[in-house]
Write a protein that binds this ligand. Structure first.
Ligand code: SAH
Length: 573
């Protein structure tokens, strides 16, 4: 819950705006005294938005401060709604909350945590979205400061996790680093001082047992099996469905804070294991429970998995441990039509989460300044779509965090479909929507998309003209507003006129036609005309940076704006 505290009328209006924007997430405090409200919000909420001055907020909260990992995140917004200041807990929600609040109230987020301010991946949150646990968090501040000041350091990632860009800073003479960041599930004596250790959720403990086994027996067997491996890296306990209610297993897992997953015996029976048992097969329907469940969980939650500890037995239990290789990630990101403020905050976050960015060179140029230091860029020229899609998928399949970028929305006549045609289930895919050209253009022209509309690409590079023409006829007949993408190029110079002629046969000559070139980019240009007057000289200037919107028979030009009515009378009551 986000607690909101306001003392003035404008603060209360803003608090109402936040409640409306995030229903169910906000609790507004409206007591007699704002300072009491703030203390109460701090006590019961995960984060707090204070519409009191920074000074007042600090004075009230100072005596209550504990540790940044347990205190609520606090954002302060000024009376003029100009700034949302991430005041406390920057890496524990405040930086993100300041950005979200700014999105609703139209103010600027103020973020002062050092690594964010210089564009580096902050160590506090490294791998947090992958489930990492920092084993020695007391070293975070020291190691973070060392990394920022350019001390020679290295990142040793034992499992190849899809991390954000983390450039190594090795010593020029090749000798060992001064500071080490280690991502590892194995317990080892630190080789460097300081050595910051992250425990990734890489281990799965497979368990089998006789009915009525004690939690103590299961627990002790697990603990000995994990010798040399960190319990902080245990992702879950896996067993067969039959054991879903086995108290001893459930309790041993719960005591260690681990979740239990179960699989049907017939699924486990298909997993090849080093130590199968015919006796177990006769009893349970699978020759292996512990080894098979651990391996199956690792392979279904990762891109693969292997046993690190083979079956161990006690009188009534069996345990085995598997390690998964983590899945890579592919974010397919729409950059919007061009203007920087139409690039979504989520797109920026995803770009900065990636360690590899793949895209057309001109799109990479559009966002290069946003990338974290150390991001690997794979850029190529026009016409190499298939190669770009393949290399993005290949990098993700190697386990990297990849961002594949496209203008507008990356799923509209762009890179998402070719990439997903090549992608297997061994990678996680996350689509980040962008504002597509038709939407950017329609907002410049007026409201052409107020009723049903269709997008048609006039490029006959991959689609035969007969198919395109059939679709243009269908939308002409169906009386849709039409947005033409890829309308005209040097080599394809007659298709747009042919398409406009088909539409002119089905709708009045005063139907609006809008041409928008480079929508929201510095050299934006637009023309609003009609089907009857669409001047061939103008049509001949249309190029691949233009979208063309043609109204339905109900669209009009009103006060110089292109409007397609909603299609029914608005009731006045
Ligand atoms: N994925 C993109 C479309 C790629 S197809 C999107 O969602 O917008 C390329 C075509 O999109 C161009 O030929 C042009 O017709 C159109 N286009 C893309 N950006 C544009 C912009 N800023 N202004 C006008 N048209 C644009």
């Amino acid at each position: 819950m986000i607690g909101v505290v306001a003392a003035t009328a404008s603060g209360r209006t803003a608090a109402t705006a936040l409640s409306a924007a995030w229903p169910g997430e906000i609790q507004v405090f409206t007591g007699e005294k704002a300072s009491d409200d703030l203390r109460e919000a701090w006590r019961i909420c995960e984060s707090v938005v204070s519409f009191l001055a920074v000074g007042a907020t600090v004075r009230v909260l100072a005596p209550l401060l504990g540790h940044k990992t347990t205190d609520p995140a606090v954002v302060c917004v000024d009376e003029g709604m100009q700034f949302a200041v991430a005041l406390l807990g920057g890496h524990h929600g405040a930086n993100e909350l300041a950005t979200r609040v700014s999105g609703v109230l139209g103010c600027a987020p103020v973020v002062t945590t050092a690594s964010d301010a210089v564009g580096r991946t902050p160590l506090d949150t490294l791998g947090a979205d992958l489930g990492f646990t920092v084993e020695n968090p007391w070293l975070l501040a020291q190691v973070g400061a060392a990394v920022l000041s350019g001390v020679p350091y290295e990142v040793h990632d034992h499992g190849s996790w899809p991390l954000p860009a983390m450039p190594d800073n090795p010593r020029p003479d090749g000798s060992g680093p001064e500071v080490l960041i280690r991502i590892d599930d194995r317990i080892a004596t630190p080789a460097y001082s300081p050595e910051l250790i992250y425990r990734p959720p890489s281990l799965i403990v497979g368990v089998g047992s006789a009915r009525g086994v004690s939690a103590r027996e299961v627990g002790e067997l697990i603990d000995t099996a994990l010798e040399g491996l960190s319990p902080l890296s245990v992702r879950c306990v896996a067993t067969v469905d039959l054991k879903a209610d086995e108290e001893g297993i459930l309790q041993a897992a719960a005591e260690r804070g681990w979740e239990v997953v179960t699989y049907p015996a017939q699924v486990l029976a298909t997993v090849e294991v080093p130590n199968p048992s015919e006796i177990v097969r006769a009893e349970v329907g699978t020759p292996s429970v512990a080894e098979a469940a651990a391996l199956h969980a690792a392979r279904s939650q990762g891109r693969g998995g292997d046993l690190v500890v083979q079956k161990r037995k006690s009188a009534n239990a069996t345990v085995a441990v598997a390690r998964l290789s983590p899945k890579g990630r592919l974010a397919i990101i729409g950059l919007g039509p061009g203007a920087r403020d139409l690039l979504t905050p989520r797109a920026v976050h995803s770009l900065q989460r990636a360690s590899v960015v793949v895209g057309l060179d001109q799109y990479v140029d559009q966002i290069r300044d946003l990338l974290r230091p150390g991001t690997r860029v794979i850029e190529s020229g026009l016409g190499q779509e298939e190669e770009r899609a393949r290399s993005a998928v290949r990098e993700a399949e190697r386990g990297h965090a990849v961002a594949l970028i496209g203008s507008g929305d990356a799923g509209v006549y762009a890179m998402a479909s070719p990439a997903l045609e090549f992608a297997s289930e061994t990678i996680d895919v996350d689509g980040v929507p962008g504002i597509t050209a038709a939407v950017a253009a329609s907002n410049l022209l007026g409201a052409p998309l107020g009723h049903d509309h269709a997008y048609i690409s006039l490029s006959d590079l991959h689609t035969p003209w007969e198919v395109i023409e059939r679709r243009v006829r269908a939308v002409a007949e169906g009386d849709f507003t039409v947005c033409f993408y890829n309308p005209r190029s040097k080599a394809r110079d007659w298709q747009l006129s042919a398409a406009l002629a088909i539409l002119a046969g089905h709708r009045p000559s005063d139907t609006p036609v809008g041409f928008v070139r480079n929508a929201t980019r510095p050299d934006q240009a637009m023309t609003l005309t009609t089907l009857g007057e669409a001047d061939p000289a103008w049509v001949n200037q249309v190029d691949m940076f233009t979208v063309v919107l043609v109204g339905s028979s109900r669209s009009h030009t009103i006060a110089g704006r292109f409007v397609t009515p909603r299609g029914y009378q608005w009731s006045s009551s």
